[in-house]
Ligand binder design. Structure first.
Ligand SMILES: [Mg+2]
Length: 314
C-alpha cells in the first residue's frame, strides 16, 4: 500500500518508489482524449504503457464521457491506434445510457438529443427512439404545433451538433411529465481544442434542458457515480487497488476521489498544474477533491519504469 499524499510528481520519486507505485494497483481506468490520444493522434508511448499494464495482468478499462461513439466504435479506434481493447473493456456514455434504461426494464420509446451512437446502443438493447439529426424551425415546422408521441417515456441528452430550439421544446414538453426519465450523458462544459474557438460540450446542452424542463438529469459519465456502479457490477474491482488516470480534474480526478481510487493526472490535456497548485491551497473540500494523488507530464513517461519492471519480472 502506497502512502497517499496530494499531487506527487512521479518523476521526483526514487526509482524503487515508482516501482512500488506501479505495483500498488491491479485495475487501471483511463480516460481517452487528452490521455491516450488527441482526436486521431495517439500520444507518444501511451499505447505501450497501456499494453504493458495488460501484460502485467492488470485489468484495463477505457472510460470516456464521449457520447458520440459506441463501444464497437471505440474498440475500432483503440485497435487503429494500437491499444489492445475488447468491448468489455470500454465504458462509454452512449452505452451506459442504454444500460441504464435496460436496468429499469424500460420498453417504451426514447426522445434523443444526441448522436447516432446513442441510437445504435439503444437498438442493441431493443429500445425504440427518435430525434436524431436536424430539427429546424421553418414555416412547415413551427414548434408550437408539436404533438407529443404518447410512447415516449425517456429523454436522453448527449452531444448534438444539431441542437436547436425545436429540440428544446420537445425535450421540455416530454419532461413536463415527472414519470418520463431524464438522462444526461455527461457534464463536460467544453471540448478541449487548441484553437481560439470555444466548442460547447454536452454539459452545456444538458444544463440548457435542465433549465427549461425545471428538472435534474441522471448523469451517466464521470464524475457521477453511475459509471462506477456499472463497473462494480461488471467486474470485481477493489477501489483501493484501482488507478484512475485522467487529464481533467473536474471529471476524471473527481470521479476517482469520490470512488476511493488512486488518482493520476497527466498534463497532456485540459487541466494545468497551476490549477492543481491552487486547489491544493483551497479551504474548500470540493476543490481539494480535484487534487490528484499523483501527476506526470505525459502517460508515455511511465514507459521506462514499466520496462524496468518488465525486466525485473522476466
Ligand atoms: Mg480527457
Amino acid at each position: 500500500m502506497v502512502i497517499i499524499m496530494s499531487a506527487i510528481n512521479i518523476k521526483t520519486l526514487a526509482r524503487e518508489n515508482v516501482l512500488k507505485f506501479l505495483k500498488s494497483f491491479d485495475t487501471v481506468l483511463t480516460d481517452c482524449d487528452g490521455v491516450l490520444w488527441m482526436h486521431m493522434t495517439p500520444l507518444p508511448n501511451s499505447s505501450d504503457v497501456m499494453n504493458l499494464f495488460r501484460k502485467f495482468g492488470k485489468r484495463v478499462f477505457y472510460v470516456t464521457n464521449n457520447s458520440t461513439k459506441t463501444r464497437d466504435d471505440l474498440v475500432e479506434k483503440c485497435k487503429a491506434l494500437k491499444f489492445q481493447a475488447n468491448k468489455e473493456d470500454i465504458l462509454c456514455t452512449a452505452n451506459l445510457s442504454a444500460c441504464y434504461l435496460q436496468s429499469l426494464g424500460f420498453c417504451k420509446k426514447t426522445y434523443i438529443i444526441g448522436s447516432e451512437a446513442i441510437a445504435r446502443e439503444l437498438e442493441q438493447v431493443g429500445i425504440s427512439y427518435y430525434g436524431i439529426g436536424p430539427d429546424t424551425i421553418n414555416q412547415n415546422n413551427p414548434y408550437s404545433v408539436f404533438k407529443k408521441d404518447p410512447e415516449v417515456a425517456a429523454v436522453i441528452v448527449g452531444f448534438d451538433e444539431h441542437f436547436s430550439y425545436p429540440k428544446m421544446v420537445k425535450a421540455a414538453t416530454y419532461l413536463n411529465d415527472a414519470n418520463v426519465h431524464f438522462i444526461g450523458t455527461n457534464t463536460d462544459e467544453r471540448f478541449p481544442v487548441s484553437s481560439d474557438v470555444v466548442i460547447p460540450g454536452t454539459g452545456s446542452l444538458v444544463r440548457c434542458i435542465e433549465s427549461c424542463s425545471e428538472r435534474k438529469a441522471v448523469i451517466m459519465g464521470k464524475p457521477d457515480k453511475y459509471m462506477a456502479k456499472m463497473l462494480m457490477e461488471r467486474s470485481n474491482i477493489d477501489p483501493q487497488r484501482t488507478l484512475m488516470i485522467g487529464d481533467r480534474c473536474n471529471t476524471d480526478i473527481l470521479f476517482g476521489t469520490r470512488c476511493g481510487f488512486i488518482t493520476l493526472l497527466v498534463l497532456t490535456g485540459v487541466t494545468a498544474l497551476s490549477d492543481v497548485e491552487r486547489w491544493k491551497q483551497s479551504e474548500q473540500q470540493e476543490e481539494r477533491d480535484l487534487v490528484p494523488n499523483y501527476y506526470i507530464d505525459a502517460l508515455g513517461d511511465l514507459l521506462p519504469y514499466l520496462k524496468e519492471l518488465e525486466s525485473e519480472i522476466s
